[in-house]
Design a protein around this ligand. Structure first.
Ligand SMILES: [Zn+2]
Length: 137
């Protein structure tokens, strides 16, 4: 990590801003997945695997939410009863019918999709990689 990263002395998580407010620790994704159907768990595991192959990424799990961050958050998930709701933070707007919601906030454009199968995940996989690259800039 670049030298300007600040490390929390309590939980050792790293942040770009000194004394960044955060909940200490990273939680446990097993708690988030407990009681979910196999298809949802399969989608979650596939997303996690794509993301963990990108490089150094921190996974933070809380209640039914999981977020992934490099220098900043680039993907966050809500684990629903029958789907994984994926929010991808990109540097541009993408025209893709997979997205049910698109929100622009400053330089960042958040794209939301509900993913229920590995086939659906394939469509947005390249954008997860793009979001990760964008989060490093
Ligand atoms: Zn901390």
């Amino acid at each position: 990590m670049p030298p300007e990263m600040w490390q929390c002395p309590k939980c050792a998580r790293e942040f770009t801003r000194k004394n960044q407010r955060h909940a200490c620790g990273t939680g446990d994704s097993a708690d988030v997945l407990r009681g979910r159907p196999e298809a949802v768990i399969e989608v979650y595991r596939a997303i996690e695997s794509v993301i963990n192959n990108l490089g150094k990424v921190e996974t933070v799990a809380r209640d039914r939410y999981v977020l992934f961050r490099s220098r900043r958050i680039f993907v966050d998930l809500s684990i629903m009863q029958d789907a994984v709701r994926v929010a991808i933070h990109l540097g541009r707007q993408i025209d893709n019918p997979a997205f049910i919601k698109i929100v622009a906030d400053g330089k960042q454009v958040t794209h939301v999709a509900k993913i229920t199968s590995l086939a659906e995940l394939k469509h947005i996989e390249p954008l997860i990689k793009e979001a990760w690259q964008f989060s490093l800039t």
